[in-house]
Design a protein around this ligand. Structure first.
Ligand SMILES: *[C@@H]1O[C@H](CO)[C@@H](O)[C@H](O)[C@H]1NC(C)=O
Ligand SMILES: *[C@@H]1O[C@H](CO)[C@@H](O)[C@H](O)[C@H]1NC(C)=O
Ligand SMILES: *[C@@H]1O[C@H](CO)[C@@H](O)[C@H](O)[C@H]1NC(C)=O
Ligand SMILES: *[C@@H]1O[C@H](CO)[C@@H](O)[C@H](O)[C@H]1NC(C)=O
Ligand SMILES: *[C@@H]1O[C@H](CO)[C@@H](O)[C@H](O)[C@H]1NC(C)=O
Ligand SMILES: *[C@@H]1O[C@H](CO)[C@@H](O)[C@H](O)[C@H]1NC(C)=O
Ligand SMILES: *[C@@H]1O[C@H](CO)[C@@H](O)[C@H](O)[C@H]1NC(C)=O
Ligand SMILES: *[C@@H]1O[C@H](CO)[C@@H](O)[C@H](O)[C@H]1NC(C)=O
Ligand SMILES: *[C@@H]1O[C@H](CO)[C@@H](O)[C@H](O)[C@H]1NC(C)=O
Ligand SMILES: *[C@@H]1O[C@H](CO)[C@@H](O)[C@H](O)[C@H]1NC(C)=O
Ligand SMILES: *[C@@H]1O[C@H](CO)[C@@H](O)[C@H](O)[C@H]1NC(C)=O
Length: 865
């Protein structure tokens, strides 16, 4: 048992109360230092007080206090990031500690220009107690760049040091300098006193208690982001696990029933908060399907190092031994056979965790850590399933935790540089409204970052005057990236995509023939990028041809990347790129032709929509679009955030199937370690996520917000913004929420469909749309849940009496063609997946799986069509 008094010290709510003692160097429990602060201590948005660091500095070094020259819009607060201590020679801090206690050490870095010190020239090491290298040749600037974030935090857990002081030495490289913005040193309960099996060396174990750790990943599996405030007292951040799941086989997520209590028994609740244990991911209900795949997560790590994987389990559904038994693999080696959570914990709702240590070698390209689960059959368990609630990955080493700097891609570097120039030029120094929203900051949990960021260019509003390449129809009001025509050879574009056979090359002659020599009557859209023509290729296949404006500054580079990106994204509900042409300074992109234009035209166009869609048809279009977006979020190798979801970007083909278009603003989203991508606000007004606006942080939930507006648009058939209406009605999002809360939503429903909507269906739909418009991203549903709810609403419309037998059509078998695990089995598998209680369908797993077969579909298809 832990000493309760001691533990209370870690409670966030007590931070303020303890503040006094933190100022007092004789009390070592909690130190929160804002380095380089000049006026004593300062409070951050969370009300935490950051004290001055001066008195912990040891004599002998050279350091100065400095202020950052520029506040990045993504910084939640000025404290501790806007002030820094800059080290021009080796300098140490000395902090009092208790010799037998473990400590969290969190280091905060904001690589900005400090006086005459440019962060890109800063390389330094950080060494604890003379013998433990935490960072070496560290460049905060390069690391942040690779992560595409403005600041970064590193978290370490230092094993008891057996001395009464922690010396933290900052050692600049030759002719360089070091810096630090904030230091947190927090005494922690001993959560690492286990003896972990060393995977791959049978019988060998590792005593974790004496190891120093660096946090690499911390995930709430099957659940949502948990902020430092929501953590069980140790101010950790837990991220969603979706970006780390391998392939199409994502299993299903579940949540504990409200009446199930997480019972920690004699385990400390500091191990992980209840939110971690009350959500999980499992494989699904289909034995055969489950036997055919491994539920797998992949983490990027530094090779040549040892890692501790802590897996958190809690079965809040079953309560008997031998119901679910599975094997656990780490990097294809067996870490655990016959894992039986109930067998370990003795009961339903009781959490536990298991530690495994694995050495990741530096074989060819082996910078990944694979965690895989698979049903174990030896004991003939009742269900062939597997389960995981949370996972933490720590790097362990007793002398050196540092790794190499990541390598940002050239393209990313260039884009960032341009943006920096722009921002510095403009003196971009807006104070971001911090609001109560902020937790501390995103931990840079990983060390090695693969350069996923090829397309992750930041886009700057107002920096240019042309739209991106990709809007196909209409005039997009959104603008793309500035990029200058580089001196690249004109034919550079037809390399990669073509080499990979992903995309077809058209000669200029082909294109001219297809569009009748760019005949004006064939123009179906115009934008800053040029015109879009309707065309016919291959004797009858209709296409949309986007031709670059010869005056457009759009660079060859951009042309090329977008071709590469688009040609890899294939999904039934995304507009496909068929090919491109590049000849004689002409650049054209050729897309599928969308016979029925935009969704918006069919809802309202002036006062006369092109057609009147029934409620069912609208639902089907929304469902199609949601599938397309879901694919962008989870189906491609990296999360892609659309950033400009609106009814004009949802196109409709000859069969009335919806396809999402215009990825011009897309950006690879939170992956690896970030909960968000910080960026400059972008998108169309009326659809803009307020949180994104406030915090300038982009998550896939920003798309969910915009999609919520689309849903209300489909219901009410009016524009997202209509300035001609009375003030409170101008914004559809606001007005719909007001009406919904007043119970008058029906009054604003499109008169064409009013009265023809099943009330249950309307309720489900409106509830779902309302949730999408939640102020905070974490309160919004995932695209997956959203999809499920829409399908449910459709089902209610079609089967108002509640019978579900006739509802089999909702699943579109073709959706599952080519899915990597194989065709129809997969379709059946998905039909049979069980639903978590969050879906409000049934409290009984079996019932729900049978009765919901028709309404549920999981739609990940990375291999595309
Ligand atoms: C927790 O309780 C179980 C049984 O109730 C016991 O076997 C185990 O030793 C206890 N662990 C600790 C750390 O007290
Ligand atoms: C500790 O780190 C060093 C340097 O990175 C590495 O060579 C060594 O293999 C690591 N040791 C363990 C046990 O991971
Ligand atoms: C594990 O096995 C898979 C499939 O055989 C392979 O693709 C992957 O590279 C392996 N991972 C490691 C870390 O060995
Ligand atoms: C699951 O992973 C293990 C270890 O890598 C491997 O041996 C096994 O073949 C995998 N099973 C499937 C169905 O992929
Ligand atoms: C620690 O490890 C890093 C990366 O492996 C290496 O570059 C550095 O030289 C090591 N430092 C020490 C003191 O061993
Ligand atoms: C330090 O890091 C930079 C950037 O990653 C690299 O170019 C340089 O070679 C490194 N220097 C040393 C001494 O490792
Ligand atoms: C943008 O382009 C339009 C039409 O090409 C032109 O009239 C306008 O002046 C341009 N705006 C800027 C800021 O360059
Ligand atoms: C690139 O385009 C040219 C026409 O401009 C074509 O002749 C050449 O074959 C293309 N390259 C490839 C690899 O197809
Ligand atoms: C529309 O449906 C028909 C008949 O099912 C099919 O042949 C055609 O390919 C479909 N068109 C598109 C664009 O999917
Ligand atoms: C799915 O469930 C149905 C009954 O609910 C069953 O008949 C069918 O065999 C299951 N499909 C598979 C692939 O197991
Ligand atoms: C669906 O639920 C009903 C009760 O609500 C039950 O009688 C029936 O067996 C369930 N399964 C199917 C396939 O309808």
């Amino acid at each position: 048992m832990y000493n309760i008094v001691n533990l209370l010290f870690f409670s966030i709510v007590l931070f303020n109360a303890i503040r006094a003692s933190s100022q007092d160097s004789s009390s070592p429990s909690l130190l929160i230092l804002g380095c380089g602060l000049d006026k004593g201590s300062e409070k951050d948005v969370d009300g935490r007080t950051w004290g001055p660091d001066d008195k912990f500095l040891q004599p002998g070094g050279n350091s100065i206090k400095s202020k950052a020259s520029f506040q990045d819009p993504s910084l939640l607060d000025v404290v501790p990031y806007m002030s820094a201590r800059v080290f021009t020679s080796e300098t140490s801090y000395k902090f009092p500690v208790q010799p037998d206690k473990r400590y969290w050490l969190r280091l905060h870095f904001y690589p900005s220009v400090y006086g005459s010190y440019n962060p890109s020239e800063s390389y330094f090491s950080v060494i604890a107690n003379g013998g433990v290298t935490l960072l070496s040749n560290f460049s905060a600037s390069i690391t942040c760049q690779a992560l595409s974030q403005a600041y970064l935090d590193r978290e370490y857990s230092l094993a008891p040091l057996n001395t009464d002081a922690l010396t933290l030495t900052f050692k600049p490289n030759d002719k360089s300098f070091g810096f630090i913005n904030g230091i947190q040193l927090i005494e922690m309960p001993e959560l690492f006193d286990s003896v972990a099996a060393l995977v791959g060396y049978s019988g060998q174990t590792v005593e974790v208690k004496s190891l120093h750790l660096q946090t690499m990943f911390r995930l709430n599996v099957g659940g949502q982001y948990i902020s430092p405030k929501q953590d069980s007292g140790l101010s950790r951040m837990w991220y969603d696990d979706t970006p780390y799941i391998y392939g199409a086989a994502t299993g299903v997520t579940n949540q504990a029933e409200k009446d199930v209590k997480i019972n920690y028994q004699n385990m400390s609740s500091y191990v992980a908060p209840t939110n971690v244990y009350s959500t999980s991911r499992s494989m699904g209900n289909d034995k055969n399907m489950n036997m055919g795949y491994n539920l797998t997560w992949i983490f990027q790590v530094d090779p040549n190092s040892m890692y501790l994987a802590r897996l958190h389990f809690c079965d809040y559904y079953y309560s008997k031994v031998n119901e679910i038994v599975f094997n656990i693999f780490l990097n294809n080696q067996t870490a655990q056979t016959q894992a039986d959570v109930i067998g370990w914990t003795g009961g339903k709702g009781v959490p536990t965790y298991k530690d495994y240590v694995i050495y990741v070698q530096d074989d060819a390209g082996e910078d990944q850590l694979w965690l895989a689960l698979h049903p174990a059959l030896d004991s003939k368990p009742e269900f062939y399933d597997a389960l995981l609630n949370g996972v933490e990955i720590f790097k362990v080493n007793d002398t050196n935790l540092s790794g190499p700097n990541p390598q940002p891609s050239d393209m990313l570097m260039k884009a960032e540089e341009e943006e920096r120039k722009f921002e510095t030029h403009k003196g971009y120094n807006k104070n971001v409204v911090g609001s109560a929203a902020g937790g501390a900051a995103g931990f840079a949990l990983m060390a090695a970052i693969v350069c996923v960021a090829v397309y992750r260019k930041k886009r700057v509003p107002g920096s240019d005057n042309h739209t991106s390449w990709l809007p196909i129809y209409g005039t997009s009001q959104t603008t793309g990236t500035k990029s200058t025509m580089s001196g690249m050879s004109t034919n550079s574009a037809n390399l990669t995509a073509m080499a990979q056979g992903l995309c077809r090359y058209f000669s200029l002659q082909d294109i001219k023939q297809a569009t009748n020599n760019f005949d004006e009557p064939n123009v179906i859209g115009v934008g800053g990028f040029g015109k879009v023509y309707k065309g016919v290729i291959d004797n009858g296949v209709k296409v949309a041809v986007k031709r670059s404006n010869p005056q457009s500054e759009q660079g060859v580079n951009e042309f090329q990347t977008e071709i590469e990106m688009l040609s890899k994204l294939r999904h039934k509900h995304l507009v496909s790129l068929i090919g491109f042409c590049e000849e004689d300074d002409e650049m054209c992109l050729v897309y599928d032709y969308m016979e029925h234009g935009t969704f918006r035209e069919h809802l309202y166009k002036g006062n006369k929509p092109l057609s009147t869609l029934s409620w069912k048809e609208r639902l089907e279009i929304c469902i199609g679009a949601a599938r397309g977006l879901h694919y962008l979020h989870t189906g491609a190798k990296y999360t892609i955030i659309h950033r400009d979801v609106k009814t004009t970007n949802i196109l409709i083909d000859e069969n009335w199937s919806a396809k999402v278009s215009d990825f011009g603003l897309s950006k690879t989203g939170p992956n690896m370690n970030q909960g968000h991508v910080s960026t400059v606000v972008k998108g169309s007004f009326g659809y803009l996520d307020p949180e994104y606006f406030r915090r300038q942080q982009l998550t896939e939930k920003s798309d969910v917000y915009s999609f919520g507006v689309v849903l209300f648009e489909a219901l009410c058939a009016r524009p997202a913004l209509n300035p001609s209406l009375p003030k409170e009605q101008v914004s559809l999002a606001d007005w719909a929420l007001i009406c919904k809360r007043k119970g008058t939503l029906e009054d604003i429903v499109d008169p064409y469909i009013k009265g023809k909507i099943n009330p249950e269906s309307l309720k489900k739909f409106a509830d779902t749309a309302e949730k999408c418009l939640s102020d905070h991203g974490i309160d919004r549903p995932s695209m997956n849940d959203l999809l499920w709810n829409l399908e449910f609403a459709l089902n209610l419309q079609e089967n108002p009496d509640g019978s579900t037998k006739s509802a089999t059509r909702v699943i579109d078998e073709s959706e599952f063609e080519d899915i990597s695990l194989g065709n129809n089995d997969m379709a059946n598998h998905y039909k049979n997946l069980s639903l978590g209680s969050e879906h409000e369908l049934s409290s009984n797993k079996e019932d729900s799986s049978e009765n919901s077969t028709a309404v549920f579909s999981q739609i990940v298809n990375p291999s595309g069509r």
